[in-house]
Design a protein around this ligand. Structure first.
Ligand code: ZN
Length: 159
């Protein structure tokens, strides 16, 4: 079976509440997101119906995740919650549902499966812009800066 593993950004975007597929997360992520007031009852229902399962990564997977994050240089950007999600993904050979850049980057380097949230979740959490790290301008689309030719990066503007 496929393990769909949700990080905090997936919960904030409402992913588990509009999907009928089972999903997994870790207790540290759950502790972080259980305060989302508007989804409080929905979270309870997901747990009761076993569509959301909480599972802890082993110490060994956690060590592998930490090592991988240090290799890519993302470690300072990653919280304990983020690390637990990566570790669980390593352990279950699952798929991470996230919009977090550092998590995605580490996961990619480990050749783990990642599913960006995007689509509907965007309206809940903010909007994506393409920005130029060269001349620091924002663009609504494109892969290259029209002004200076630098490859554009994407970032989420929070509402
Ligand atoms: Zn530019």
């Amino acid at each position: 079976m496929d393990f769909r593993i949700l990080d905090a950004s997936a919960f904030y975007a409402g992913v588990p509440f509009r999907s009928s597929e089972d999903c997994y997360t870790t207790s540290s992520v759950y502790d972080e997101i259980k305060h989302i007031k508007k989804n409080h009852d929905a979270l309870g229902t997901l747990l009761e119906t076993n569509r959301l399962k909480i599972r802890e990564p082993s110490e060994e997977s956690t060590k592998s995740a930490i090592k991988a994050a240090k290799d890519t240089g993302d470690f300072p950007q990653l919280s304990k919650q983020d690390m637990s999600v990566i570790a669980l993904c390593i352990e279950t050979k699952g798929e991470i549902i996230t919009d977090d850049f550092a998590i995605s980057n580490v996961a990619k380097n480990l050749e783990l499966k990642i599913s960006p949230i995007m689509t509907k979740g965007i309206t809940d959490v903010g909007k994506w812009v393409h920005y130029c790290p060269g001349c620091r301008t924002n663009h609504s689309s494109g892969t290259e800066c029209p002004a200076c030719g630098t490859p554009l990066k994407r970032k989420l503007l929070k509402d």
